[in-house]
Design a binder for this molecule. Structure first.
Ligand SMILES: [Ca+2]
Length: 485
């Protein structure tokens, strides 16, 4: 008897020991409070042109309501103004360099193979982690280690044409990406984003039943072009009354490297002349309609979170992956280091914290360690961003001296008063004084009055570039070892 029972006894001892070890490694929970869930809502190409950011005709009542309950970040900046790189950087908390997270084709898996991702960190801490729609730009990026289940995407998210007649279709045969706008009278769930909202709502019900803490990603693809939204959202705006950008010319003294994105040229512009006021008005109308459509879907998801009584213990993040030009400087979209391309909407609702707004500078890379801190989870050593949890209690503090972003050849920092870019090819510079020139109409980098400021910006930028390059050298697993939580 004794001999046959011994292996069982040893095994049960071992199992107990593993469970105890697991429990002791699990993050301490003050007062045994349940660990907070995270609902991470990513919106593609959404600039902070939302009701809660003031002075805009864009109707976003649901996001405004969330902002009124949470902390609204007035000065949040992306690391890279393009989908793939911005998302890979946020999801790893790692800054870009000239060779890492450079453009749309960036993969966390490929560009930072030794990193631990945000959802992976939560998963390894015992969370269920789910991804619906566009969270990573590439669905397969780090999928196996990030998510408890395969990342879910609606079918055909990029070209969901619903409203084209045969004549238009014939004309579109010359252009793979299809017409730039459509406004069919269809229900919300006819388009992929509506399906992403429904899947997220189903998941919330499932997660409520399961009772395990969760990190739930919900990524919408609008207002990214093409501007396809149900007609009722277009009908919220009268096109004739839409104001155009006041500054449709190039900034004075801008170097030749500064260009607008050519992405819109990949769509069929119907009968519009891209230099006409009618085109500017249509583009704004489409962007506004798609923003209101996504706002409604966000409202549906948040309503379910409340209905299920999960809101009281769920941190909600609303984030846009980069900014967007709506005709300013005659630019459409992202792909440069102008303030409008770098500044993103960011609202974080933390249960139990007072509503606030803050002008503290924060970066997308700071979101990863902030969420870890709020959930009591150890931040992986590879993360370069910094937790800004203090801001929730003291929204008036100064958190960062600069936000660092880059795009292809341009390295940029934004400080309290200035935005500065340096191009790697010939050293051309841009400096905008955000106090006197918030819309960046005049590059003053060559102006004698700003000589000292330019020197300071060069030094600050160099520091940020050096810090960014540190990952992969001092911080690499080979030298210091990598800590996973
Ligand atoms: Ca994007």
């Amino acid at each position: 008897m004794k001999q046959t029972n011994r292996p069982q006894f040893i095994r049960s001892l071992l199992v107990s020991w593993i469970l105890i070890l697991h429990a002791s490694l699990a993050p301490a929970q003050p007062n045994d409070k349940p660990r907070p869930n995270v609902l991470f809502i990513a919106v593609d190409d959404l600039r902070p042109e939302l009701g809660c950011y003031g002075a805009t005709p864009v109707k976003t009542p649901h996001i405004d309501r969330l902002a009124a309950q949470g902390t609204r970040f007035e000065r949040a900046y992306c690391q890279v103004p393009v989908c793939g790189a911005s998302r890979a950087s946020l999801m790893t908390g790692i800054w870009p360099t000239a060779t890492r997270f450079r453009n749309f084709d960036a993969f966390a898996e490929k560009d930072a193979p030794n990193s631990t991702t945000l959802p992976q960190t939560f998963r390894e801490a015992g969370y269920v982690t789910l991804s619906n729609g566009k969270i990573f730009h590439h669905p397969e990026d780090t999928e196996a280690r990030s998510w408890s289940e395969p990342a879910w995407w609606p079918k055909d998210p990029k070209a969901p044409t619903l409203g084209l007649d045969s004549e238009t279709n014939r004309r579109l045969s010359r252009n793979q990406r299809g017409r730039i706008f459509e406004a069919p009278a269809v229900p919300d769930d006819a388009y992929p984003d509506g399906k992403t909202a429904l899947k997220t709502i189903e998941d919330l019900r499932r997660l409520k039943q399961a009772g395990q803490p969760f990190f739930l990603g919900c990524g919408f693809v609008k207002p990214h072009m093409p501007f396809y939204a149900p007609k009722k959202y277009w009908d919220l705006y009268e096109r004739d009354r839409i104001q155009l950008a006041a500054n449709r010319g190039r900034p004075s003294n801008a170097p030749a490297q500064l260009k607008g994105s050519q992405e819109f040229q990949q769509y069929h512009l119907a009968d519009f002349d891209e230099n006409s006021e009618e085109f500017h008005r249509m583009m704004r109308h489409g962007y506004y309609a798609c923003t209101s459509y996504v706002d409604k879907l966000i409202g549906d998801v948040l309503a379910e979170l409340e209905r299920l009584d999960l809101a009281k213990n769920t941190i909600v993040v609303l984030w846009g992956d980069h900014g967007w030009h709506l005709g300013e400087h005659n630019f459409w979209g992202k792909h440069n280091t102008m303030h409008l391309s770098l500044r993103v909407p960011l609202v974080i609702k933390v249960p139990g914290r007072k509503p606030a707004s803050t002008r503290a500078l924060v970066e997308s890379s700071d979101i990863f360690p902030t969420l870890c801190a709020l959930a009591g989870i150890k931040v992986p050593e590879t993360v370069q961003g910094r937790a800004f949890t203090r801001i929730f209690d003291q929204p008036g503090i100064v958190f960062r001296e600069s936000a660092y972003s880059r795009f292809v050849l341009g390295d940029a920092i934004v400080t309290e008063n200035f935005s500065y870019t340096r191009y790697a090819d010939d050293g051309a510079e841009m400096l905008y004084d955000l106090r006197s020139d918030p819309h960046e109409n005049s590059n003053v980098s060559g102006h004698s009055t700003y000589r000292e400021t330019v020197e300071q910006m060069r030094t600050l930028l160099k520091q940020r570039q050096d810090e960014s390059s540190r990952f992969g050298t001092e911080n690499s697993p080979g030298k210091t070892g990598q800590t996973k939580t």
